[in-house]
Design a protein around this ligand. Structure first.
Ligand SMILES: CC(C)(COP(=O)(O)OP(=O)(O)OC[C@H]1O[C@@H](n2cnc3c(N)ncnc32)[C@H](O)[C@@H]1OP(=O)(O)O)[C@@H](O)C(=O)NCCC(=O)NCCS
Length: 374
């Protein structure tokens, strides 16, 4: 048996390094970026402001924000070789695999030659990721080569515009913007830690981000928002949902979108996205998805004191924005590229290769068994 205090407990509670980027579960609502509370950032700031803050340590002034938005907008176009690669990926592919491939392909065409280029590479990935996933999606699903010059000033607007082919309304634009703010950074979660481990070998930014996308893909991490939608869509009424979820808990099934490795009582991102989900639901005249989601949330708290995490109401919010479920986790990537890249830079600024030890629990030393004796 592995000692539960060690790897068998998923390294829970262990401090694995230092960061000046973010706190999780410590002060205020529990989540801060560079000292600013997530509720203030979600209410007042745009994603580009938050990305600037995370990268540079301070909020941008108006000129800095305008320049940063213009820079990111210039970085949305994709090289023809990337577009050709995306066109060769079938509609049946998992969009997270598409993003992993798109990121890796960019690393071949526009490699990070040395670390002095790291901020430009990070910004390029911020600009390119929405284009990568939506170029592939629109080509493979609709046969359309989407125009990546949308003229949108924000990443949120660009994502929705390229996905639908028309400019989104202001409510949807701001709702997605807030979602990107909520997903931008989250300390030493599994995908960020993946990126930092990769960075600690002095590898390049594209490799770090490609690895992080692979970690985010799993349903215990970013994939939870898609799984939450699949769950909610199974039910026709709140009562049906409540009964089914009680059954799932009795069978010890995991209900995606609930619980958290660090937060113990609530996830501060949930109240924010839940309010947006309610607002968006009213806009589209929803009478099922939001009430069913609330019923699931209630039962989870009543039965197990498990609270909805950031992913659960993101499902309803994205659904009301008309975003296909398979693109939910890729939006998480578009936002979290910022956090990953900032952690890569932070790791590089004070690096020692991350190389923990394992407690050995295998056979005792023994003599080699000759082939004839096996
Ligand atoms: C996030 C998660 C991986 C954290 O795992 P963890 O740190 O091991 O969770 P905890 O230690 O708090 O789990 C405590 C207990 O609650 C149970 N539990 C936790 N989350 C649960 C969920 N979503 N559904 C049902 N039971 C859950 C665990 O199985 C455990 O039960 P046990 O004591 O009988 O073994 C886990 O809550 C989970 O799998 N959630 C669903 C996936 C998800 O939403 N991921 C996105 C995270 S932002």
């Amino acid at each position: 048996m592995v000692d539960k205090k060690l790897g068998g407990a998923g390294l829970r509670g262990q401090t694995a390094g230092q960061t000046a980027l973010c706190t999780v579960g410590k002060t205020g609502t529990g989540l801060t970026y560079r000292g600013y509370d997530i509720s203030d950032l979600a209410a007042e700031a745009s994603y580009e402001e938050v990305a600037y803050l995370i990268f540079h340590g301070e909020l941008p002034n108006a000129d800095q924000l305008r320049a940063y938005r213009a820079k990111l907008a210039m970085l949305r176009r994709l090289p023809s070789a990337v577009r050709a690669a995306l066109e060769s990926i079938p509609a049946t592919a998992h969009p997270m695999d598409v993003m992993r491939t798109g990121c890796s392909m960019l690393g071949n065409l526009e490699p990070e030659r040395d670390f002095t280029e790291q901020q430009d590479v990070a910004d390029r990935l911020l600009g390119a990721m929405p284009s990568i996933v939506n170029y592939w999606y629109r080509y493979s699903h609709d046969g359309e080569r989407v125009d990546l010059d949308t003229g949108e000033t924000t990443l949120a607007g660009h994502f929705l515009h390229t996905l639908k082919g028309v400019p989104p309304n202001d409510l949807q634009r701001r709702a997605l913007d807030v979602s990107l703010v909520l997903y931008a950074e989250h300390e030493f979660n599994a995908s960020t830690f993946t990126a930092r481990v990769c960075a600690s070998t002095l590898s390049d930014m594209h490799s770090c981000v490609t690895g992080a996308i692979g970690s985010l893909r799993g349903p215990l991490h970013g994939g939870a928002n898609e799984a939450a939608m699949a769950l909610v869509e199974r039910f026709g009424t709140p009562d049906e949902a409540a009964e089914a979820v009680r059954g799932m808990l009795a069978r010890k099934e995991v209900v995606m979108g609930f619980g958290h490795a660090i937060y113990r009582e609530s996830d501060p991102r949930n109240t924010i996205i839940k309010a947006w989900a309610e607002r968006l639901g009213k806009e589209v005249g929803d009478g099922t998805v939001y009430p069913i989601s609330c019923a699931v949330e209630e039962v989870m708290w009543q039965e197990k004191e498990l609270f909805a995490n950031a992913d659960f109401f993101h499902a309803a919010a994205y659904h009301f924005m008309g975003i296909p479920t398979k693109l939910f986790t890729p939006i998480f990537v578009c936002a979290r590229v910022c956090g990953w890249a900032a952690h890569v830079m932070e790791q590089r600024s004070d690096n020692r290769i991350i190389r923990p030890s394992a407690e050995y629990v295998g056979p005792a030393p023994r003599p080699f068994t000759a082939m004839a004796d096996r």
